[in-house]
Structures are given as structure tokens and as C-alpha cells.
Write a protein that binds this ligand. Sequence first.
Ligand code: PLP
Length: 380
Amino acid sequence: MKLYDVYPLFDINIVKGKGCKVWDDKGQEYLDLYGGHAVISIGHCHPHYVEMLTNQLNNLGFYSNSVINKLQVKLAERLGKASGYEDYQFFLINSGAEANENALKLASFTNGRTRVLSIEKAFHGRTSLAVEVTNNPKIIAPINDNGHVTYLPINDLEAWEKELAKGDVCACIIEAIQGVGGCNMVTPEFAQGLQAACKKYGTFLICDEIQCGYGRSGKFFAHQWLGIKPDLITVAKGIGNGFPMGGVLISPEFTPVYGQLGTTFGGNHLACTAALAVLDVFEKENLVQNAHEVGEYLIAQLKELQKRNSHITEVRGRGLMVGAVLDIPHKEVRSKLIHEQHCFTGCAGTNILRILPPLVLTKENVDDFIGRLETVLKEV
Ligand SMILES: Cc1ncc(COP(=O)(O)O)c(C=O)c1O
């Protein structure tokens, strides 16, 4: 049987990782400024993570959600404390798309409505509702195209208020910093105005923190830069440092109903152990603060590079979620970065380099990256 060929691949077989470095099967080392698509938070193969998962696997890999799982309770408590959402409730699933799917379902179960407002260029995943609120017609199958969603421009509060005033909107879903959309940032004025309008018209505000959250922005959640408190917050990616999992933080205004939501694998023992190990390392190594400090340094160094090289036209983002907008397609730049400079980066659109490193990145790593990027930008 062949693989179903949906991924355009770099011809590289990564077999080993440590911190912000990965190695291919020929022993070539790469600097990882991509983190496997913003997934690696505490660094590849962190020893504490490996030890905790190994111990858990030696005790119990999985049991179902029909029995008590104290690891889930512990994780909810720890995450509540770490993120400042101790009064919220936590529901665990297996991926980002599932997290958004369940957040949208909860909103609809609760206010009985079906309409959703989403931001132009948004990406929220590929399952039915998650893909419907994603602003990319190429990945919305006819079966998912059910007319629930209106896409509106980022930060255009008037346009959002006008739609909300119709009184039929179930939820607004936003990324405080857009990922796939290219590191476009929601402003505090827009976020606060949107939150007020949502409250006024009985609409739930969902913040998708799957990419921009979990410490990446330099605060635990990226929306915490904006002075808002959403009703529902979705997480995935960094929560498990590569162990597939997702979650929804649910405000106290929601009352759980037995059987209304559910999953076989969500919140399993290994997943919770991975997430607990991640939170241990966040605390021990001050990774949210590190993302803030090293992120500011990265942005400053990219802006310096912009002065020396006109291929960079804009630098945007926050913490370790940074977009360098180029005046040329990113394709050749990324290809040279990977094949000649041995450095992974992400991308967005046709001309944005998206930098999403593990949160353990150091200033030395930044200097190293800037050197490699400068070499490439001089050549193209
Ligand atoms: C902001 C955002 N939401 C949702 C998702 C979907 O997550 P997953 O691929 O785990 O379903 C992604 C994935 O890239 C994302 O960046």
C-alpha cells in the first residue's frame, strides 16, 4: 500500500532531536526554527519529558474515560494555575481541530444558535466545523460548506458589531496572532470591543490558542496581551510537545451535561503525562519568560537585518511567533535555508517566513539563525 500523497515533502528524513536541533538519517544537524509546525514547546526529547513518559508507559498506557483518571484532574489544576484560568473547566481531546469543533459545539449547545463569525485568512483545522470557520475554500469540501460562517476583516470592529447586532451569532472565533494567515495580530481595541459586543448580543467569544498560545507569545495565552477573557479557549500543539492532544478551557458560565461531549482517546494517561511534563519544564526553565525575552531579541535582530537587506519588508508577531515578510516568494529562501544552511523555518502565504521555534531557543540560536538567513538573502 502507498501513502495517500497529500503532503509536498522536503526530501529529508529527520530521525533525532535535542532542544532546538534535529538530525537527519545521514547525521546532518539542523537548527529547528519551525518546531514541527509550532508543536515542540519544551524542546525535542527533553530528558524530564522522556523520563515521565517512559515511567508512565511502564505503569499504564491507556484506560478509558469511564473511570477516574487523576492525571486529568492534576493537569486541569496545573494548567488553570499556570494560565491564570483556575475558575475555568477543562475538556481534553486529541488535536487542534477537535478542540475547535468541541468549542463551537459547546457554544451552539448553550445559546442554541448556528452562525459563526471568523477572521479573513483564519485557519482553525480540517474537521467539519473547524474547516468551515477556516477561510480557505480549497480545503472546505462541499459536505462542510453549510453556510454557518461569515468571514470579516481583522480589527474592523464596526463590521463585526454590525453582524453581532443581528442577534443570531452563536460564536466569534479568533486567533490573537494568526498562524497560517501570516502572523497578523489582533489589536487590544478590537479584542476588547469584540468582547463587549459579544456579551451584549449573547454571543460566545472563542480564542483559538492552538498555535499562538501555550507560552509562545511570551504570555501563557496570546489573548492575555489584549486585555480580554474569552468564554472558550482552545489549545493543542505545544500542550504535549509532540504527543497528540488538544483541550478546551471552558468558562464557569457553561454547565456540563453527561454524554454531551466525549472521546475515546482524549485525556489518556500518556497524553496527560506528556502535558504535565511540559508544565513542569515551563515552570523550572521559565519558558514563557524565555519566549518573551528571546522573542523580543529575535524581532529586534530581524529588524536590524531588514535595514541591511531590502528583501525583508516587514517583521511582525510576538514572542516566538514571528513573521518576516519578504519581497520575493519564500520558496527559494526556505529551500536554501534547509538544504544549504540546514535550518528549518515555517512559512505563510507565498512570501512570509514564519518562525516558530521551540520555546527553549537562546539568543545564541537567534544570532546563528540571523547569520544563516542573511547569507541566503544575499544570494537570492
Ligand atoms: C490556529 C490553529 N488552529 C487549529 C489548528 C488545527 O490543529 P490540528 O492540526 O492539531 O488539528 C491549527 C494547526 O495548524 C492552527 O494553527
